[in-house]
Write a protein that binds this ligand. Structure first.
Ligand code: 6PG
Length: 242
């Protein structure tokens, strides 16, 4: 089990590194490769690189796409995490439709969570899902997926409904036990507005949800650009364990 942070010069370098990790993990998988995609906007460039440069390299028929979380909106709504991934990646590579395990946010958070849990059980069986790879982002308040510092998430489940009143947003999210059972977790965190949360997690060890993702039987890597690393001491070090 390792947890490292890699500091890269730019969003482009972070995205390329993330795509490289995705491809290596996918090609190393035997049979099928399960990945949960992050929400938010940061992974957009990563998704485009995968579609533009790895379409002929990755065995997409072996890749099963899930989501770390989803907003309860129609799948073509501008704030849908699925829409971003579908527009930039899923619709541009030859992944079979049956391999796309979308969270049906349009059903409302309670029903969408139940339906997603059933899909997870159908794929992973009754044991705790162990994703080959989970891509995550981090909010400036320390949330990850849709696990927020002020939200209570039923960790006895694999996927749960979440209501975020201050964002007027209903969502479905994977729970911490699932995130912490992954073989590999990659955080993609860029921009100066994430500098404080990166410091809080890496240096000050503040137990934000994003800091609590650290699989004991897996590896976690934070890929950050220099803006998000701005408050880290000794930034000449580009890879460090934490
Ligand atoms: C979501 C995400 C969330 C996201 C962070 C960072 O649905 O919003 O899952 O956890 O990764 O909020 O979002 P940005 O990449 O847009 O900064």
């Amino acid at each position: 089990m390792t947890r490292t942070i890699e500091i890269h010069d730019s969003v482009e370098e972070v995205s390329r590194r993330a795509a490289d990790i995705f491809a290596k993990e996918a090609l190393a998988a035997s049979g099928r490769f399960s990945v949960a995609l992050s929400g938010g906007t940061t992974p957009g460039r990563l998704y485009s690189i995968l579609a533009d440069e790895y379409a002929e390299i990755i065995r997409w028929e072996d890749v099963h796409f899930f989501s770390a979380d989803e907003r309860c909106v129609p799948k073509d709504h501008p704030s849908s995490n699925f829409k971003l991934a579908n527009d930039l990646l899923l619709s541009r590579v030859p992944v079979p439709e049956r391999n796309i395990h979308r969270i049906h946010g349009e059903l409302g958070s309670d029903q969408a969570a139940i339906t997603y849990e059933r899909d997870l059980e159908g794929f992973f069986g009754l044991s705790l899902p162990r994703f080959d790879l989970i891509l995550l982002g981090a909010g400036s308040d320390g949330h990850t997926a849709s696990i927020f510092p002020d939200s209570t998430v039923d960790s006895a489940k694999t996927a749960v409904p979440v209501q975020i009143a201050r964002l007027n947003s209903n969502r479905v999210t994977l729970t911490l036990p699932v995130l912490n059972n992954a073989a590999t977790v990659v955080f993609v965190v860029t921009g100066e507005n994430k500098a404080e949360i990166v410091r809080d997690v890496v240096v000050d060890r503040v137990p934000f949800p994003a800091a609590r993702v650290n699989p004991q039987e897996g590896n976690t890597v934070w890929l950050v650009d220099s803006s998000a690393a701005a408050l880290l001491p000794g930034r000449e070090v580009t890879v460090l364990e934490f």
